[in-house]
Design a protein around this ligand. Sequence first.
Ligand SMILES: NC(=O)c1ccc[n+]([C@@H]2O[C@H](COP(=O)([O-])OP(=O)(O)OC[C@H]3O[C@@H](n4cnc5c(N)ncnc54)[C@H](OP(=O)(O)O)[C@@H]3O)[C@@H](O)[C@H]2O)c1
Length: 231
Amino acid sequence: MMRTALVTGANRGIGLETCRALAKQGISVVLTARDRRLGEQAVAELAIEEPAVVRFELLDVSDEASVLDCAHRLEDAGIEIDVLVNNAGVYPEGKLLEPEGAVAMEDALLANFWGAFRCCQEFVPGMVERGYGRVVNVSSGYGSFGEGLEGPAAYCVSKAALNALTVKLAREVKGDVKVNSVCPGWVRTRMGGPGADLAPEDAIDTIVWLATLQHDGPNGGFFRDRQPVPW
Ligand SMILES: NC(=O)c1ccc[n+]([C@@H]2O[C@H](COP(=O)([O-])OP(=O)(O)OC[C@H]3O[C@@H](n4cnc5c(N)ncnc54)[C@H](OP(=O)(O)O)[C@@H]3O)[C@@H](O)[C@H]2O)c1
């Protein structure tokens, strides 16, 4: 049975490589981005050959109406999402008590937490109803209390909140639906910068693993290199 995955923030970086890898595994992919031109260009660049299908949908996860519109368009097209990769993310810097701290916090929470949460609200009920689903929340070690919440404050808070969402949603879902968080490592993307350890294609293994977990796979965990990360 061909599964369908939706990946957010997929016009570049880790999201784009995740789409490529999932399509290569024969999963039908909905590549989403908040910019139509960049998203359509990304689909064209992937040049995935049949029978794999990659289609573009406009989705700004920070915009509630955009999340709803995307869900409605997919519903109208009869497309059911089996795998949701909440990858879209921003990395705003600025100290909490400086004036830009509030803007950073709002931006980070809207995209990194609220966006993932709203996408879960739209797509996970269908998974539960059909008895199968995989949700992968692309988090960060910077959201780990166990690793010291290193990194810019707003980003850390948003990824810690995303991890809490993983734990709580994993407890709420039923059937063969699994919700996990992943830290991809330090990756050479626009966010990670040119000095980072990993190329995007080498950073997606754990994301793809969690997106395609077997029935006996973990639920409610946080992983890097397929190994648990402390919360
Ligand atoms: N790179 C690292 O070292 C690293 C480490 C740990 C975790 N992560 C996480 O990995 C994920 C992907 O990051 P990346 O490294 O691939 O960064 P990236 O190259 O900066 O890509 C981020 C993607 O998210 C999209 N995005 C941002 N806000 C969005 C919104 N409101 N709606 C829809 N899309 C939005 C961007 O779209 P635009 O092109 O329109 O801006 C872009 O496609 C993020 O969640 C990040 O926190 C990255």
